[in-house]
Design a protein around this ligand. Structure first.
Ligand code: SF4
Length: 358
């Protein structure tokens, strides 16, 4: 049997069938799952997916919402450009496509934040279109099965992989595209995993070059490692009568659109940084430093807890707010900031200072 029919037969018997975004042909629901699943595990995505759909059940609801209302439903999933593109994309569909999802993978790929593989997945699941996917998991399966060495992110290798992906579909007329696409995703996620591929249960083991040559650990060829730059920042946890001062981050940029703590040069004095905002700090408490890794750098965060006498800022702006601690969990905060603040509240803010801030 050829490659694709073996994947389909295996998917029908052993693949996943009960994920909340399966068993629908609604391109909106499929699209949302595809975007949420980029760089994020299925188990993490499920509760976000369900909450998001409850609040935004269709493209029209998402297009009509303000971006500000969308971000809290994404906060914690990371890679926030995905949420901003999702919202922009819904508005484009409402405006340019009469509220209906474009009918082909090629047209879907013109929308913001949707690459060729994601567009193909949506078109395969929603319309049964014969367009192959090639996401990170599928690249791993293909590089191993076809014995393709070289960094799959490099253009030349990627083109070879796309040609192979096309060839498998071309060789299988009448292929059930939804089952094939799901099968490739399931195989990459459950059997042909990065660390320990379960080759003895794999439906394409008989023709797998990596398996025949014992090269599973070498393929896909890892990226040449670059040292990731390190940066440091100070963060002010400014507290007044149980509320925290938060600033909305500019877009585009890291954590764009989310509400985060004011930052200052970590080498400077946090009391001076608080005074620069016009506040009158009581005292300062150094909190445990931690690091957060972004795609392009690692950020070392040194937070300071500072109760202040009054909430009056020197130059108040639309992008600064005192958020009461009870509202923190429904505010769109970057995950590490949320963890820091909720941890602090849970551990108990120094009580004498809470009552002593007038
Ligand atoms: S045989 Fe092993 S390495 Fe090859 S595709 Fe299957 S799980 Fe991956």
């Amino acid at each position: 049997m050829d490659f694709a029919p073996r994947i389909v037969a295996w998917q029908r018997q052993h693949g996943r069938h009960d994920l909340p975004w399966q068993n629908t042909r609604d391109p909106y629901r499929i699209w949302l799952s595809e975007i949420m699943l980029q760089q994020t595990q299925v188990a993490t995505v499920i509760p976000y997916y369900e909450r998001f759909l409850q609040r935004f059940p269709d493209v029209a609801a998402l297009a009509a919402a303000a971006q500000e209302d969308v971000m809290p439903y994404w906060a914690g999933l990371g890679y926030y450009a995905r949420a901003r593109n999702l919202h922009r994309c819904a508005q484009e569909i409402a405006r340019d496509w009469n509220g209906r999802f474009p009918p082909t993978a090629e047209a879907i790929a013109t929308l913001p934040g949707i690459g060729r593989s994601t567009a193909a997945a949506i078109a395969a699941f929603a319309y049964g279109e014969r367009s192959p996917i090639l996401d990170g998991n599928v690249k791993r399966v293909f590089t191993r099965h076809f014995g393709i060495a070289g960094d799959p992110a490099k253009r030349e290798i990627e083109q070879r992989l796309w040609a192979l992906a096309d060839a498998q579909v071309d060789a299988a007329p009448g292929l059930d595209m939804a089952a094939y696409t799901q099968g490739l995703m399931d195989l990459g996620a459950t059997l042909c995993t990065r660390g320990k591929p379960a080759c003895d249960r794999c439906p394409i083991a008989a023709t797998c070059i990596a398996r025949q040559e014992g090269r599973q650990a070498e393929l896909p060829t890892p990226k040449a490692r670059k040292a990731i730059p390190e940066r440091e920042t100070g963060m002010l946890v400014l507290q007044h009568q149980g509320a925290f001062l938060l600033q909305q981050r500019p877009e585009p940029g890291i954590w764009g659109g989310l509400w985060s703590l004011p930052e200052f040069d970590a080498a400077d004095d946090p009391l001076a940084a608080s005074r620069a905002l016009g506040l009158v700090p009581e005292r300062r408490f150094e909190l445990a430093a931690f690091a957060h890794t972004f795609t392009h750098y690692r950020l070392h965060i040194r937070p300071w807890y500072i109760p202040v006498r009054s909430a009056t800022l020197r130059e108040p702006t639309q992008t600064e707010r005192w958020i009461p601690q009870a509202d923190l969990s429904k505010t769109a905060l970057p995950a590490p900031v949320k963890k820091l603040l909720l941890g602090l509240v849970e551990a108990g803010l120094p009580g004498d200072l809470l009552t002593n801030t007038k």
